[in-house]
Structures are given as structure tokens and as C-alpha cells.
Design a protein around this ligand. Sequence first.
Ligand code: WT7
Length: 662
Amino acid sequence: MPADEPQPTTDHGTTDSPTYPPSPEFAAAAAVGADVYDRAAADRLGFWAEQARTLEWETPFSTVLDDSEAPRYGWFTDGRLNASHNAVDRHVAAGHGDRVALLWEGEDGGSRRITYAELADDVARAANALTSLGVGTGDRVAIYLPMIPEAVVAMLACARIGAPHSVVFGGFSADALHSRILDAEATLVITADGGYRRGAASPLKPAVDDALAKGGTAVAHVLVVRRTGGEVAWTPERDVWWHDVVPQASAEHEPVWVEAEHPLFILYTSGTTGKPKGIFHSTGGYLTQTSFTHRAVFDLHPETDVYWCTADIGWITGHSYVVYGPLLNGATQVIYEGTPDTPHRGRWWEIVQKYGVTILYTAPTAIRTCMKWGEDVPGGFDLSSLRVLGSVGEPINPEAWTWYRRAIGGDRTPIVDTWWQTETGAIMISPLPGVTAAKPGSAQVPLPGVVAEVLDDAGAPIHDDRAGYLALTEPWPAMLRGIWGDPQRFADTYWSRFPGVYFAGDGARRDADGDIWLLGRVDDVMNVSGHRLSTAEIESALVSHPWVAEAAVVGASDETTGQAVVAFVILRDGEEVTDRPSGDDADEQVVAALRSHVGAAIGPIAKPRSILVVAELPKTRSGKIMRRLLRDVAEHRDVGDVTTLADSGVMGLIQQGMAKPA
Ligand code: WT7
């Protein structure tokens, strides 16, 4: 395989792997039956229009797809609706106000139970409070919160007044928060004093203070939720306690009806350059597809199911499958604040038992971590309530899939391996649990209404099982509407590799049964624990340190996290570098300082697993860093053919360095 061809990243099963058809009872009671594929294939736009009509529209739409400005597609363009009305008020009006919406479990043992009627009041009050703080329709609001009910309330309150939210994961640093606030030109930040993580209160507000102190933002107010009760620095006039303005506000609020294409939110994700992309999503199309997929893929029966998605709201999974999808469908769901091993390694399974969770949606990295901890940990809890398991974020290796089904699913639950992206907004490729015979390791088939192909280098569809590029060849309702403030980058990144077709950035192949196997990213984007990280972004963080002259970052495969960040750096020489450690443990000190520098620039998740100080980097004669070689070194593979290297002696030196114990 040439260097830039898709490279497999998992131990793949084959077409002969065992398959797991749904039980006849499961299939008979399924929320969505097999006929849905034919219906959607016969009339794709009609199918999506039918899904859109499961929402409540203030002004019904007559246009389904507007492709006049492709690739800036529009869906249901002449309709008007409101996201929070659909997620909350509608269920209250339908008589389900007493149904529990959120079963919140704090890491410290606290818990809260919030019904749809209570959530409706909370959202209306928060919407009134936002308005009184000067937030208008179209203004952007940054949300930097732990996993507490106020995070859901804050997002819905923004949606209620048509103010796009930009949620920034609480694990991102002040620098990362600052650049996101700037890029979105947010005028308000919603945060908390802190949250609980790993058994201790972890502060959040200081990062907001630091971010705003960097200057240049349009932020007028910071709305602060009290969660931990820790000390916080206070800027009078600017800072406002949530408990001083939200509970006092009126619970009457007329939602702002927006056009279907009105932006619902911006969410930043890493790309191949150093600057994160502000992916933005619309209202009508996004809600249509998140609600349909949540119902169909998880076989949701809202009257009886207890659903739990373990994702943080800082990621797209938290947007689509903690906030919008489940609430649009009137589901009852668990939200957990903390880490899986606090105060013990059975915490998740204790929560499943406590609430009788029936549907669990999590990531392969979490499953592999639980595998390491041993099967007797979940074995100590009653998990018999579970009936559907989901996986997302990276390819799930068949071994982890099989363990998940046996140790967690009691050998009875279907597993849905769901492929999608921040950009797709909603699940695109996945089995349907009551229909598809599941095949461990394969995300299998495009959902009804979705068209995906595996393309070769020239853009021709591949019909045998060769590896190629995954492309989405027809528009879909929840597709991104653009990159905030950068239409050119939108066109270049997604629509130019294969003109007119959405290029996902993933390698894939289709087996003889027509099932799709994802092979990992084909660009310079890494996937660490299901989180997307950019090699360029970490490289630019490294070279922003005064000791570093040059840096190259690669994603090396890792047993638990899928990929891990490995960095190679060349240090600066010369007089201007005076404070660099010298002596025996100089290298270790340099590495420690650089790791925390990356943590401060981006966030702890971006800290390299290892950093190797080298004298040279392998480059082609045209000066391009040969990442493939560095990946080989990082994964302890033979580097093979290095004839295109400008200086082939370099690789020997780097390999010697890598062989040195860390
Ligand atoms: C990238 C998107 C979608 C929410 C979580 C990540 C990888 C995601 C799968 C899967 C194989 C997967 C892809 C994709 N990915 N789900 N089921 N099988 N790969 O969202 O941060 O936007 O990352 O995650 O590489 O392009 P994201």
C-alpha cells in the first residue's frame, strides 16, 4: 500500500465472522422494522420529509431539499420551528410532563431526578435570564460546564431564543477556550465553579477568567453555576451567579420560532491544520435526523426504556445523543458527572443496576478499559435490564465487541456499532438492532435515507472488497452547514477531494455481504479514545515552546485508546535558550515540560504519550515530513523502504532513540 492509502488500524474480523441476528421477540417488538429500508430507497426525500413531520413545526415546510447552493444544502427551508419546544414543551403538552427526563448522578454520590415538566420550567427560566443578560437571537453563547443538568438546560435555553451555543469540552484549556470564544464571537459564557472528577472538585471558572484575560473577546457576562462550592475569583458587573438570576426568572416563555436553516450550534473539532474548525449545524434538518436515528438505532420505547449515553456534552455525541435525540423522543435518560472508576471500578455497572438502564451507548476505549479491569467487575452487578448496547468513536475490534456483548450484554443484547462524525451531526452507518444480523467489528450498512460509497483514488465506486475512501454521495438532513466564518475551508476540506461528493476522511472497505468496515482516518487527524486530535495542532503547540525548533506528531496504535499521540521534537540550540535543563535527567525534564505545555495549549487529552528528542526528522527531498516512517518507529515496526528520504541515516538515529527505555 502506498503511504497515503488507507491503513487498517484494527484487528479485523472477516466475512466469516459469526453474525448475531436479532431474536424473533426483539424483531417483533422493534421500533423500526425491515420495511424502512425499502421505503427510504423508493422515495428518499419523502422518507426524510415523513421523519421531519414527527417534529412540531410552527410553520410547516413545503420544500424538502434545496440544492440550489450546493454544497451548502438546505433542508425543510421554508418551515419554522424551535428546538427546545420540540425537546421539552411538546411532551408536556402531550401529557407526559410527569415523565422523568433526566436521572442525574453526581460523581460525589448526589443525584437529581428532573421531569419533563420541571425541565420545561427550568429551560424557560434560563431563556428569560439569558434575554435579561442581553443575549439576542443569533448571538453566540459559549458553554463550558461539567456534566450537570444545568448543561442541558443551558443548551436548550440558547436554542429557545435562537442563540447558537458553542459548547467547549470542560477538559480544554484556557487557551483553547479563548480561541473558540474569539472565533465564534461569543457574547456570553456559561460555566460553573467546578465539577467533580476522580473524587475531587475540579475548578472550571479559573480557565474562563484566564481565557477572557487574554483579551479581544466580545463577552459581556459570565453566568456561573454553583456546583462544588469552591472559592471563585469574581469580576463584578461581568460575572453573574446562575442561582441569582435563573430561579427568579419567569417560567413563562414564548419560544423564538426560527427558520429550519437557523444555526442551532457551533462545535469545534480538529482538522488537518492547526486551527480547529467551527462546525455548525442547522435546526430543522439536524433535529429530524437526530430524533429518527435515536429512535431507530437504539430501538427506543420511550415509555419503558432507561437510556444512558456516557459521552460528555462537549462532544457531538453529547449534543446529538444526550441532549437533542433523546429529549426529542421523550426518553428517560441517565446523566453521570464523573469518571468510571470513582470511587470504584464498578461505578458504571452500579448505575446501570440502580436505574435499570436498558440502552447503553459508549465508546470502544471505555470497553477496552473495562476489559483490562476484568469481567468480574461488571459480573458483580445485576445488568439484566440492558437490552441494546451501542458503540461509537472509533472502530471496535471484534474482541472488544464480543466481550461487550458477553460481559455487559449477558450474551443477549444486540450491539449497534455507529459510524458518524461531528460533521454528519447524526448516525449514518449502523445496524438496526431489530433488523440487522450484527457482525462484530463492522458498522455495516448506511441507515435508511443515507447513501455511502467506498471510492478509489479516482473517485470511482469500488465494488469488491478493496480498501478505499468513504464518501457520502447524497446530502442528508443533519449534515454540517459549514465551517463558521470560513466557507472556503468548508469547500476545500469536504467537497474538493471528490468534486460534489462529501469526503469523510476515513478509509473503508465493503465485504462480500456489502457490509462496511471502517479503517481509520486517512488524513493527519488522530483518534485518541474516540476524540479527534490534529497532528498539526499539537505540532504548533510544541513549536510555540521556546525550546522547540521543529516538531512532528503521529498517532501510534494503542491497545486501549485506539491511537496515542507520539511526538518527535528537535530542540533549539544557541544562546537565546538559557533556561533549558542540563545534566543527567535533562531529557526527562524537557519532555515533562513539553507535555504540560501541550496540556496548557490544548488540554490534557492532547498531551503526547511519549515525546522523543531527536536531532533530525525524516523528510522527503521536497521537505515534507514523512509521518509514515515516524508512525512505523512509534509502533516499533521495521521502517522498510526509505529511499525517498533526503537523508536515510536519520531513521537509524531515531530508531535508536526510540529503543531507549522511556
Ligand atoms: C471520526 C469522527 C461520531 C461521534 C464521535 C467522534 C471515527 C466514529 C466510528 C465507528 C469507526 C468511527 C471516524 C470518524 N469514528 N465512529 N463506529 N467506527 N470509526 O466524532 O470527533 O467527529 O470523529 O471518528 O474516524 O471520521 P468525531
